[in-house]
Ligand binder design. Structure first.
Ligand SMILES: Cc1ncc(C[n+]2csc(CCOP(=O)(O)OP(=O)(O)O)c2C)c(N)n1
Length: 631
């Protein structure tokens, strides 16, 4: 390995696109892999990002790009968090300082960013469906190129992936599936399928045996149907001796594996062969999550997605202040101590949703279902039907998966399921596929659903208290990423359907939903400094909304501003302004929120600023709408 004078790495600096990989020997590719790990660590330790998964796929990415001819051949990366190496070797390594920053490169594949990114991903388990669709499109158009999906063992547990395998196995189309099996989802993978994969992982000699047996069978004279069928039976018998149930082959795939995913030479050999095969092929590769960086290998879950950290010590640089997820986790434990009917459900996000403590304390009342949000919700419906009080903790963005389950299984049956929606609103760095900006709109369509949105961590506690002790029926408490603010008035007791008047004023009524309340209070301060008197309301309930409080205020001010960090279409603003319009007060209104397009990656503050929902932006909009020329 050689570092150039300008600090770049010897081989890496020569790789500008995947064709450059084809010029390197296997020994050189090995050195390149080491350089890539150093570069990755150096840059992600500064920007933050998904480090462990990327460290695990360095050799796999090099082998794939060595064998395939991208961008003509297409690679679809499931989830897409492991595409940093792919981005580095497809012309974007100089942009790594901008990773996940506003106007910088995204942390996930983006077709608009590069022709090498064949399909946008972010949510898990979509790659096989997408790849099969693209393969069928290719066939229908009479074209000829390779399409590969790279899917992790965690993503494989998602229902969609299994639906797609079911279809693809029987499809008469050429399709290459690479199963990147590291035994980990974010945390260790769970479920029967994962156990099945770990059984295969410990029998790597199957692949070698299978190959030598294939060679032996090929060497025999092709003498008659009976001998062939006899040999076929022997082959199946030997196969089942080594691998008890060849799930993938029985589904219709040609199976190769398990192969050491850190051995480039071996992977290139197998991928070359797999690429030329007719029909669907599955190459099972085993990798080590966090490979090459001690701390990430030891604690892959912690280094799955991480803030900037110190390479030498592995310490995260940001302060570990209390956040909404941990407030939720602690409060839920407190409530669960008092009521043994309370159970918690997560879809592969125990740590992220703050449920680690609950899992330790209430083992039997904790269910990690894997990446299976749809199942999580209907499981909760079943539990509620059976007299248990389930709390489903899911990030806003991933709950989108379970819309029909919320509607059909929970809402229509009016079941008491508590949805604890984490990462609600703008999430920042992960960008458009991860923004929690659609849940309010889609939850408004769910029969019987009540929606609560705390403006402070204390309000989150009282809302959970209410949802589990007093309420019956479907109820959502949605709260943002990170830590919140506190302000006077937030300690007032929670009353069903009631908001709180935080500040009286006469010129304009400002309402912020959830985390927007703090920003609205700041905007009010700025406006007051310019002589505009603001009344500020914290609605607490987004459904049912405190109609009386809002109507009374608007009657006085005649001007209503609703601020939300979700899409405006069908959001809280539309809901409130419809109510106000119905009452014919003749008041005017302004909704400040997000447009119904994808909202890009970038820090939350910059995104708020860009879309005019920071305090300055609110002030400017209010002034230009009604008070221009004043102040
Ligand atoms: C629908 C959905 N739910 C949850 C997540 C959050 N998530 C991101 S990566 C990941 C684990 C993926 O594991 P695996 O596919 O094995 O990839 P690895 O990180 O181990 O390489 C999870 C749960 C997601 N992206 N999509």
């Amino acid at each position: 390995m050689k570092k150039n004078i300008d600090g770049t790495y010897g081989y890496l600096s020569k790789v500008n696109d995947p064709t450059d990989l084809k010029k390197l020997s296997f020994a050189e590719l090995g050195i390149l892999a080491e350089e890539i790990r150093l570069f990755l660590l150096d840059s992600v330790s500064k920007t933050g990002g998904h480090i462990a998964s990327n460290l695990g796929v360095v050799e796999l990415t090099l082998a794939l790009h060595r064998v395939l001819n991208a961008p003509m051949d297409k690679i679809i990366w499931d989830v897409g968090h492991q595409t940093y190496i792919h981005k580095m070797i497809t012309g974007r390594k100089s942009l790594f300082g901008t990773l996940r920053k506003l106007n910088g490169i995204a942390g996930f594949p983006k077709t608009q960013e590069s022709p090498y990114d064949a399909f946008n991903t972010g949510h898990s388990s979509t790659s096989v469906s997408a790849a099969l669709g693209m393969a069928r499109a290719r066939d229908l158009k009479g074209e000829d190129y390779t399409i590969a999906a790279v899917i992790g063992d965690g993503a494989l547990s998602g229902g969609m992936a299994l639906e797609a395998l079911n279809d693809a196995g029987m499809a008469r189309t050429n399709l290459l599936i690479i199963l990147n099996d590291n035994g980990m989802s974010i945390a260790p993978n769970v479920g029967g399928l994962s156990r099945y994969l770990s059984k295969i992982r410990v029998r790597p000699f199957y692949y070698k045996t299978r190959e030598s047996m294939q060679a032996f069978l090929d060497s025999l004279p092709n003498s008659g149907k009976r001998l062939r069928s006899f040999l076929h039976k022997i082959k199946s018998a030997i196969k089942s001796m080594f691998v008890p149930a060849m799930f993938f082959e029985d589904l219709g795939f040609r199976y190769f594996g398990p192969i050491d995913g850190h051995n480039i030479r071996e992977m290139v050999r197998v991928l070359e062969q797999a690429k030329t095969m007719k029909g669907p092929v599955l190459v099972h590769v085993t990798t080590i999550k966090g490979k090459g960086y001690k701390y990430a290998e030891e604690q892959p879950a912690m280094y799955h997605g991480i803030a900037p950290f110190e390479i030498e010590t592995g310490q995260v640089k940001s302060s570990g202040s209390e956040n909404y997820s941990s407030v939720f986790g602690e409060k839920l434990c407190e409530l669960a101590r008092e009521d043994e009917r309370i159970v918690a459900i997560t879809a592969a996000m125990t740590d992220g949703t703050g449920l680690t403590g609950f899992r330790e304390l209430f083992k039997k009342r904790f269910f990690d279902v894997g990446i299976a949000e749809q199942h999580a919700v209907t499981l909760a419906a079943g539990l509620a039907m059976g007299g248990i009080k389930p709390v489903v903790a899911i990030y806003s963005t991933f709950l989108q998966r379970a819309y029909d389950q919320i509607l059909h299984d929970v809402g229509l049956q009016n079941l008491h399921v508590v949805f604890a929606i984490d990462r609600a609103g703008v999430v920042g760095d992960d960008g458009e596929t991860h923004q929690g900006i659609y849940d309010v709109s889609f939850l408004y369509t769910i029969p019987n659903m009540k929606i609560l949105s705390p403006a402070t961590p204390n309000e989150l506690k009282s809302m959970l208290d209410y949802a589990l002790k007093k309420h019956h029926g479907p109820i959502t408490v949605r709260y943002p990423k990170g830590s919140g603010c506190e302000f006077p008035g937030s300690e007032e007791p929670l009353v069903f359907g009631k908001g709180v008047l935080l500040k009286e004023g006469s010129d304009v009524t400002l309402i912020g939903a959830g985390s927007m309340v703090c920003i609205v209070l700041e905007a009010a301060r700025l406006l007051e400094a310019e002589g505009i008197s603001c009344e500020v309301i914290n609605p607490r309930f987004l459904r049912p909304v405190d109609d009386d409080l809002i109507q009374k205020s608007v009657k006085k001010t005649k001007k209503l501003v609703v601020v939300e960090d979700v899409i405006k279409n069908g959001g809280f603003g539309s809901y409130v302004t419809e109510l106000v319009c119905k009452s014919r007060t003749g008041s005017e209104y302004l909704i400040l929120g997000l447009p119904d397009k994808g909202i890009e990656h970038g820090s939350r503050d910059l995104i708020y600023k860009k879309y005019g929902i920071d305090s300055e932006g609110i002030k400017t909009s209010v002034k230009s709408e009604w008070f221009d020329g004043q102040g």
